[in-house]
Design a protein around this ligand. Sequence first.
Ligand code: ATP
Ligand code: MG
Length: 393
Amino acid sequence: MDTFFLIKYGEISLKGENRKVFIDRLKRNIKTRLKEFPVTITIRPGRFYLTAPEEYEESVRNTLLSTFGITGFSKALKVNKDMEFIQAAAISITKDMLEKGKGTVFKIDIRRTDKHFPYDSYGLACKLGDILRTEFPELTVNCTRPDWILNIEIRDAAYLYGDEEKGPGGLPVACAGRGLLLLSGGIDSPVAGYLMAKRGLSITALYFHTPPFTSDEVKEKVICLTQQLSRYIPRINLLIVPFTNTQLCIKEKAKQEEVTLLSRAAMMKIATMIAGDRHAGCLITGENLSQVASQTTESIRFTGSYAILPVFRPLIGFDKNEIVHIARQIGTYNTSILPFPDCCTLFAPPYPLIKPDFERMRRSFDALEMEPLLEEAAGNTELVTFTTRQTGL
Ligand code: ATP
Ligand code: MG
């Protein structure tokens, strides 16, 4: 037997002229993620209908729970617009809700887009309410505080559902271009990538690797984080940039208190060089105001000045506990806290600059004459790709 899902999308419906583009993209994203399964998706005003063989129900659910652009979805019964069928479906859903212990106080919500249907919404709700209370005497109706709602939509057919699950919201990935995510092994940058993908960006992740000062375990950790993000961001790739020569040059030639800032600036510059080749129109970082010395207004002004593209810092105003909360929700937290030191901690000066002088820092950067090193790093990135199968979907 087939299972039928009714899918709701939110903000997309506000997008005026571009609406069709957003809707097609969302459909394509769901289809791509379920490409191994024989599902069909139909677009209707304000809704998608998805049909899949029953045995794939759980895979479909998992996909819908993690596809940006979806605000909610329900497993629904689709029946003929005939009272006899509607009544049988309503009884079946009510029985199911009672068996699941959802409560005995309910209400019926009806959306009737087919104005030719012989009952109006109120009439249909009253009739079905009476039938259900006769069938299940323990039921009571409360329109303001129900335990659950029996939803009925009268459209091309009648659609009935009880439970509704929340989707992640946002906009479909790939409707807003591509961003290059500077992904370290920490807690913040995976969350930053998640939030920007939720606004419709495709993501390519970029990790600056500094062997032997950072171990292969850190690299594995970043690969693992990218894989975890791929649950939400289909086709995310990871670029690994060899950063050792740049880092050593800075360490050897720069003033100790400037080392972290110069490394960050070099990362921004290399990322900007790579962005063009990867068709990325912006950079994304996990920076968070005042979290560390390199994230004060003055520090961010300096490091950001090496990115010609816009830099999105979605976490800039978050509290750490808010970031941790999202990291736990999206499943990256436990990987992020694995205790492998990264190069930032290894090369961090004991007294970093908190309010760097912009002109002085620019001169320090120029004095290092790192251009060939930066170009070499940008040109020698290693690409790691993830297939849908690897993501466990
Ligand atoms: P995170 O938790 O994301 O590692 P953090 O709090 O440790 O952030 P920093 O180490 O100062 O902060 O890094 C600030 C941002 O710079 C990171 O969020 C990330 O976007 C970028 N970044 C830092 N180190 C690297 C790296 N090795 N590779 C890629 N991006 C990096
Ligand atoms: Mg970090």
